[in-house]
Design a protein around this ligand. Structure first.
Ligand code: 6GU
Length: 230
């Protein structure tokens, strides 16, 4: 997979791609991530990329021209499955969206800033808009890093244990059950007996029960989702 990220702050977004699982997936050649500094496509030598909004109102709006130039340049080189705009006024990212996007070959992620982008960009270039939750960030960069991480870890070969992405929270609309490791007793705090029993069918049942218990208490809305889908 190839991800092209268009941003006003490339330095802000680079670091999450330089560590741990994401870095390894890049080193292994499973994913390529390219950063494009929008200012390189500025309309003048002063690096102008934003302007006041028509009709008045506070905040600067990213102009259409630099974005058009950057996206057009990328589209001349290859086709893209999706051109995504990160914005709080969009559908919220969930595991199902991440699953779908993880099978894409090439995607562009445009991150907004200030008051957002000229609506004509959204109407004419963007194929998908994504928010990462009901709160406002100062820019779309961190949101783009979150989306990229959620997608990249699902690409086959990225996670060492092929099954572990499938048992994540949300993959089946349930939160993950509790996990424990050695020692079995620490300062009188014990690991549940069942996990030491070696009875794997019983352990699976216990995990499912715990996942349902946790989901019922913390995220009952997820259980309702499940009912709606079946
Ligand atoms: Cl994608 N961008 C910004 N600026 N704030 C957000 C967001 C995105 N998702 C949630 N809050």
């Amino acid at each position: 997979m190839r991800i092209d990220i268009i941003t006003v702050s490339p330095e802000l977004i680079k670091s999450p791609f330089e560590h741990s699982i994401i870095k390894r997936s890049i080193d292994k050649g499973l994913v390529e991530v390219h950063f494009h500094d929008l200012r390189k496509y500025a309309i003048n030598k002063y690096g102008k990329i934003d302007d006041a909004q028509f009709g008045g109102g506070a905040g600067m709006v990213l102009m259409i021209e630099p974005i058009d130039k950057c996206i057009s340049n990328l589209l001349e080189q290859r086709t893209y499955d999706e051109i995504i705009y990160m914005t709080p006024d969009a559908k919220t990212l969930d595991q199902q969206m991440a699953n779908k996007l993880s099978s894409a070959k090439n995607i562009i992620i445009l991150t907004g800033h200030y008051k957002g982008v000229d609506q004509r960009v959204r109407d004419n270039y963007i194929t998908k808009e994504i928010s990462i939750g009901d709160y406002v960030l100062s820019g779309g960069e961190l949101a783009a890093a979150v989306l990229s991480d959620a997608i990249i870890r699902l690409i086959p070969g990225v996670l060492g244990d092929e099954t572990s992405a499938l048992t994540d929270s949300f993959q089946d609309d349930l939160l993950a059950p509790p996990v424990y490791t050695r020692p079995a007793v620490y300062k009188n705090m014990k690991v549940p007996e069942i996990l030491l029993s070696g009875n794997f069918p019983k352990i699976e049942q216990w995990r499912l029960d715990e996942a349902i218990k946790r989901t019922t208490s913390i995220r009952p809305d997820l259980l309702r989702n499940e009912e709606n889908q079946s």
